[in-house]
Design a protein around this ligand. Structure first.
Ligand code: HH2
Length: 271
């Protein structure tokens, strides 16, 4: 039986991003070769990541999906070599999650919050794995076309609460679930910053919150480039520290060492 997720990942914990893809928005191709992905993952863990999140499908704005076979072809060689290390699988597909869990993954990170594949909930429930439920408006292909909300924070909170209830109804223990507002998934720059500004309304749901602001285009746009597709490491660290201060538990990042050091200093100040 796994311990509660807040014990396994105390605040703040860093999740390192390992995209085994040719087309991810900020590091596409860098870790497409399995040996490169494994080396990156090992470095992230040595640099202080609590877990590495391995994904074989880009969800960047405009991305088309890939088949389960292709996703498996990308992630399985990486997961095999990372056996025994703390790994999360970034997937919406039951088949990919099942294989990853067999290979030792302990967390399923589903950007569709169990809406993408009706078989995924059962796979997670039966394995006893941790689960991250993320908010997204629309789908990656079109989500940034015209995101609209009356009140982004209350709508995201209501969605996450509903998905949390659905996951628990499907047999997944509440204490193994964390929630993520999905920075950049069907949101404008202002929506993204407001979600972190009012993070207390999401932590009020009673589950640990994950924030993935790392390198996202809102950070580049904030700094004056309306066409930005990525953000700088320094801006990412600033957003992560602010999110931690507002109550985030897990920070999903590409540049692990910088975030671990900044969060250690922030924690010392706030403790
Ligand atoms: N962001 C991305 C992918 N998965 N999962 C969670 N829980 N939260 C996030 O904010 C999140 C996520 C997008 O970033 P990245 O993995 O770097 O890019 P891509 O989807 O293009 O592979």
């Amino acid at each position: 039986m796994r311990q509660a997720i807040e014990r396994r990942f105390p605040r703040p914990s860093v999740m390192g991003v390992v995209n085994v893809t040719p087309d991810s928005f900020s590091d596409g191709g860098v870790n497409f070769d399995p040996d490169d992905a494994v080396a990156s993952a090992r470095r992230m863990l040595a640099d202080g990541a609590a877990i590495v999140d391995v994904g074989g499908e880009s969800t960047r704005p405009g991305a088309e999906g890939v088949s389960a076979e292709e996703e498996l072809r990308r992630v399985v060689p990486v997961l095999e070599q990372l056996a025994g290390m703390p790994v999360s699988i970034d997937t919406s597909k039951a088949e990919v999650a099942r294989r990853a869990l067999q290979l030792g993954a302990e967390l399923v990170n589903d950007v569709t919050a169990l809406r993408g594949d009706p078989a995924l909930a059962e796979v997670v429930a039966e394995s006893g794995a941790y689960l991250c439920l993320m908010h997204m408006q629309g789908e990656p292909r079109t989500m940034q076309a015209d995101p609209r909300y009356d009140d982004v924070v209350s709508e995201v909170a209501a969605f996450l609460e509903e998905r949390l209830r659905a996951a628990v109804a499907a047999g997944i223990a509440e204490e193994r679930i964390c929630l993520d507002p999905g920075i950049g998934f069907g949101k404008t720059v202002e929506h993204n910053f407001e979600l972190v500004r009012r993070l207390d309304e999401l932590t009020a749901l009673g589950r640990p919150v994950v924030i993935g602001f790392s390198r996202k285009s809102s950070l580049g746009k904030l700094l004056g480039d309306p066409q930005a597709t990525t953000g700088s490491v320094a801006a990412s660290v600033g957003a992560a520290v602010a999110a931690y201060e507002r109550g985030a538990t897990i920070l999903r990042v590409h540049d692990v060492r910088e975030h671990v050091e900044a969060l250690a200093a922030a924690q010392a100040v706030l403790a």
